[in-house]
Ligand binder design. Structure first.
Ligand SMILES: *[C@@H]1O[C@H](CO)[C@@H](O)[C@H](O)[C@H]1NC(C)=O
Ligand SMILES: *[C@@H]1O[C@H](CO)[C@@H](O)[C@H](O)[C@H]1NC(C)=O
Length: 415
């Protein structure tokens, strides 16, 4: 059932992936591995109604509570570091000196205080602005004020800036994002720069040629597709977009700069546990930022265990920072392979886009899915952490990939 004629093509691509660092990254010392953290957007969106809905609105209280949970419940120790605001933290106007200011009712102590609090927990604070005249939700944008805003963020002690692209002409992104990148650099504070530059370009015109080399020189992570939503069709659309552009994207994923397929929705309402673990597996294969959007004060135990799964996290945080190769797709089942350390080792994911039946059986030789080295491999199934034993190239693999799910293995080369 494995279309083996595709193997040669695949071995060539894997070789390329291993050699991927073709162009330099933004030189701010950050994102040597994909950033991990938490963001307000999908779970808390633009809820500004703190008088009616005090526990679920965008406020300093929400950020401080999430920082507490991240620090105390094991997320920080697992590598989750950035606690991030998305849109809707701002007041409706700049102050009399044209500086940005938070909504005073919802952030009564100001942003410096909030950053100090987050830092006191050993975590970092992320903030959101927009390259255009307004943010997506209509708050003051950074256009004409980028230098001042970069200075303001640095003074507050901000560690990450997500820079959106609403209310601007996406054709200007190639001027605006490098300018902001330069202004951030001039503050002398290392601020991780999360760009929506290529996303703006697909909104304008799907055929616009995105220059990922230049983006990589100016941004640490970059969103290049529509927002993720809390359902598996959204995940499949994103995975298919990454599959379609696989060869191009592989050239630009490496320490310092990573593709951002958007938030991790593990612990949300819309997806089954199987769908959530398939998302997490694929994000790890992409070397994607793992930025959760969920409620850490109230999270199912199964979801928490998944978020803290040390095997999946090790694949995401692998020091090569490679983008997995899509080896083949066959009847809705996809095979993805990612090189990891030590050299010759692999992470392998079967991603099943079918949502009917009782799953797809895979019976094949280990060499047919990438384990070709005669030294052999120590193989671990990732979700349960099961040791599957030693595989030689001719060892038979016999597994089943459930519908709307993934099957993930780490194959460490034997020496
Ligand atoms: C600014 O850019 C220079 C040159 O690329 C780099 O050496 C320096 O670390 C950067 N500083 C910050 C704060 O990003
Ligand atoms: C989309 O991009 C193509 C190629 O760059 C260009 O010829 C075309 O005019 C653009 N269309 C729009 C609506 O901007």
């Amino acid at each position: 059932m494995i279309p083996s004629r595709m193997l040669l093509k695949w071995m060539h691509m894997l070789l390329l992936a291993g050699l991927a660092v073709l162009c330099s990254s933004l030189d701010n010392g950050l994102a040597r591995t994909p950033p991990m953290g938490w963001l307000t957007w999908t779970r808390f969106s633009c809820n500004t109604e703190c008088s009616l809905d005090p526990d679920f609105c965008i406020s300093e209280k929400l950020i401080m509570q999430m920082a507490d949970r991240m620090a105390e419940d094991g997320y920080k120790d697992a590598g989750y570091e950035y606690v991030c605001l998305d849109d809707c933290w701002l007041a409706t106007e700049r102050d009399i000196f044209h500086r940005l200011q938070p909504d005073r009712k919802r952030f009564p102590h100001g942003m410096k205080y909030l950053a100090d609090y987050v830092h006191s927990k050993g975590l970092k604070l992320g903030i959101y602005e927009d390259f255009g005249t307004k943010t997506c939700a209509g708050f003051p944008g950074s256009e004409f004020y980028m230098e001042l805003d970069a200075q303001t963020f640095a003074e507050w002690g901000i560690d990450l800036l997500k820079f959106d692209t609403c209310h601007s002409d996406p054709r200007d992104n190639k001027y605006g994002y490098p300018a902001m990148s330069l202004y951030l650099n001039k503050t002398a504070r290392p601020i991780l720069f999360s760009c929506e530059w290529p996303y703006g370009e697909i909104q304008l015109n799907a055929s616009l040629q995105t220059d990922y080399g230049t983006i990589r020189q100016n941004c640490n992570v970059w969103r290049n597709f529509w927002d993720v939503t809390d359902n598996f069709n959204s995940i499949k659309n994103i995975v298919n977009f990454y599959g379609k552009n696989n060869v191009l994207f592989q050239k630009y994923s490496a320490p310092g700069g990573f593709f951002d397929p958007d938030q991790l929705l593990v612990g949300g309402f819309g997806m089954s546990h199987y769908q959530q673990r398939a998302q997490m597996a694929m994000w790890a294969m992409f070397s994607a930022p793992l930025i959760m959007s969920n409620d850490l004060r109230d999270i199912p135990d199964e979801a928490k265990q998944l978020l803290l799964n040390k095997y999946i996290l090790s694949v995401d945080q692998d020091p090569l920072g490679a983008m997995a190769t899509k080896v083949w797709e066959f009847s809705g089942l996809q095979l993805w392979v990612k090189p990891i350390v030590p050299q010759g080792s692999l992470a392998i994911v079967f991603f099943n886009t079918n949502n009917f039946g009782s799953g797809t059986p895979i019976v094949s030789a280990a060499s047919d899915i990438g384990m070709t080295d005669p030294k052999g491999y120590q193989v671990t199934e990732v979700f349960k952490g099961t040791d599957m034993g030693t595989f030689m190239p001719d060892t038979k693999l016999n597994i089943r990939v459930f519908p709307d799910d993934a099957y993930m293995m780490i194959c460490k080369i034997l020496s």
